[in-house]
Design a protein around this ligand. Structure first.
Ligand code: GLA
Length: 573
């Protein structure tokens, strides 16, 4: 793949969409439009107001809104995508053309993108500004073993063409010129855009260690709404998922947390108390329902004033929101950096996350605290000090083998930071969402189990095919993930396309995973001696649920394309 195409495909995987920059094809049509005089006396076209454009993507129609203010030829305002608002920080109208700079936030990075457009009749024609990949993910980024990758940022739609193309990268589609018309955007429950310059200053606490509340002694297991539903989530769906957790066997297999990600938030009352939006009429009643099934419930917020999806965040309301979450009966909080990057630097992250860690502790309710700041600022070093039980180590996963592999296979170096009560989180599972083959999903699940990652399903478990349920409910692989020693697994060899990971288990058993990076079946030959493993272990294959002799002989089996074999070695007395 040439550099340019590779760059485009990477952006595609990071934004949930991809585009080839194309020059607007602009019509010459000119209609009468209101003109205003600038201070300098020249006439300019006044494009102040709200403009709405629709863009067709393989995932459906996407709405883009521009709120523009023109003052003396200068443009300010906001660009709104389905994943949040971005300020327009600089811009100018000149004749029938305009340009402005949009300040986008993507996984903690602020990026400026210039938009150029033309006023054509009663419309604006322009190419919307979209976030670019985080550092390390642009041109020249490495494949598996290289820097972590990500999927759609902050509410970005799922990757086009993923379904039906298991394991294969879908071709990028072009983001072309859109036509914006004056109008009213489709109503949402997202919060209005924020004037960041006018925000009250928030003092950060002095660093100290927030003691653990004794939860998540093994990696949390559960379900989260984001990967499948994004912000289209409501009370009825969450109840249906809770029912399915029980009826599908997920609860019996160990899955406990039902976590509502972004999109539940409404607004604050005069006292600052946050309510859910009408999609969640009674959060306490929903929590009671989930608890009545013998399950636990989780929720999502941000230390910034807005979440990644543009909903109300907890900025300045940390203690109040922690109390609200505890009063509703929440057992888990995912706290996502998002718009906090417009206020603080990465170096402030520890204090910012400590503030919510302390607030949660003060509620007296044992609440799992899940940090989501994409692995920035050395979080593995300080995460447990802010009272966190898990911390995301990468940007977002997407439902493709390449994304999963780039994220999962880079976790080996972080293994020593995992342990009971505090886990590395390489993002939620995509198993069952349709973009990978069954073997690829087995690899995904096996790798997460070797990492000792949280096992948080992200599919619609109300409609799960038997092969998918069998992956989620493989008790022998789950036991590797949930092992009480809490050790993170590590890569111990890589030869050609075959990679081997090893993880010590509490009983003295050893888990071994053999991964095939190739898109073809490969035969793996494991020499136990090379891995410094003695000849006195019985070998069990955890996907085949079958015994495979002992380590007295080399292990030699075919591994399917992009597949995995997971073995458990048990010392023979
Ligand atoms: C970020 C997170 C995702 C999800 C979305 C919600 O992108 O990394 O996991 O929570 O925000 O907007």
């Amino acid at each position: 793949m040439n550099r340019r195409l590779r760059w485009v495909v990477l952006i595609y995987s990071l934004t949930g969409m991809s585009w080839l920059a194309s020059t607007p094809v602009l019509s010459q049509e000119q209609n009468a439009r209101p003109e205003v005089q600038t201070n300098a006396g020249s006439a300019i076209l006044d494009i102040s107001g709200t403009w709405v454009a629709k863009m067709t993507t393989p995932m459906g129609e996407m709405e883009i809104t521009y709120k523009l203010k023109v003052n003396d030829g200068k443009i300010t305002g906001t660009q709104s995508l389905p994943f949040g608002d971005s300020p327009i920080v600089d811009g100018r109208v000149s004749g029938d053309t305009f340009r402005f700079v949009v300040e986008l936030e993507s996984f903690g990075n602020i990026q400026k993108r210039e938009v150029q457009g033309k006023i054509v009749g009663d419309t604006l024609e322009l190419i919307p500004a979209m976030p670019a990949p985080p550092p390390g993910m642009g041109p020249g980024a490495e494949g598996p073993g290289g820097p972590p990758s990500g999927g759609p940022p902050s509410g970005g739609p799922p990757e086009p063409g993923a379904a039906g193309a298991p394991g294969g990268a879908a071709p990028p589609f072009q983001i072309q010129t859109v036509v914006a018309r004056r109008g009213t955007p489709t109503p949402t429950y997202r919060a209005p855009s924020v004037d960041y310059a006018a925000l009250p200053h928030l003092a950060l606490p002095a660093l100290r260690s927030v003691p653990s509340v004794g939860v998540a002694n093994t990696p949390p297991m559960g379900w989260n709404s984001w990967n499948k539903f994004q912000t289209k989530i409501d009370d009825a769906t969450v109840r249906g998922i809770a029912d399915a957790m029980v009826s599908s066997g997920m609860k019996n297999a160990g899955y406990r947390y039902v976590i509502i990600d972004d999109g539940w938030q409404g607004s604050r009352d005069a006292k600052g108390v946050l309510s859910p939006n009408p999609q969640f009429p009674d959060m306490k009643a929903l929590a009671d329902y989930v608890h009545s099934k013998g399950l636990l419930i989780g929720i999502y917020s941000s230390p910034g004033p807005r979440t990644c999806g543009g909903f109300e965040g907890s900025y300045g309301h940390e203690e109040q929101d922690a109390k609200t979450f505890a009063a509703w009966g929440m057992d888990y909080l995912k706290y996502d950096w998002c718009s906090a990057s417009r206020i603080w630097k990465d170096a402030d992250m520890q204090a910012v996350y400590q503030r919510m860690g302390e607030a949660l502790k003060q509620t007296g309710r044992p609440i799992v605290y899940a940090l989501c700041q994409y692995g920035r600022s050395g979080v593995v070093q300080w995460g447990s000090q802010v009272g966190a039980n898990l911390w995301r180590t990468t940007s977002d996963i997407s439902d493709r083998y390449a994304s999963m592999a780039e994220i999962g296979f880079t976790q080996s170096d972080l293994a020593d930071f995992a342990g009971p009560g505090h886990w590395n989180d390489p993002d939620m599972l995509e198993v069952g969402n349709g973009g990978m083959s069954t073997d690829e999903y087995k690899t995904h699940f096996s790798l997460w189990a070797m990492i000792a990652a949280p096992l948080i399903a992200g599919n619609d478990i109300r409609n799960m095919k038997p092969d998918i349920a069998a992956i989620f409910q493989n008790s022998e692989v789950i036991a590797v993930d949930q092992d009480s020693l809490g050790a993170g697994g590590k890569r111990v060899s890589r030869t050609g396309e075959i990679e081997i990971w090893q993880k010590p288990l509490a009983s003295g058993d050893i888990a071994i995973a053999i991964f095939n990076h190739s898109a073809k079946e490969m035969r793996s030959v494991v020499s136990w001696e090379t891995l410094s493993i003695g000849k006195d272990y019985a070998v069990r294959d955890l996907w085949a649920h079958a015994d495979r002799g002992t380590t007295a002989e080399a292990f030699s089996e075919p591994v399917s394309a992009h597949g995995a074999i997971v073995l458990r070695l048990h010392r023979i007395e």
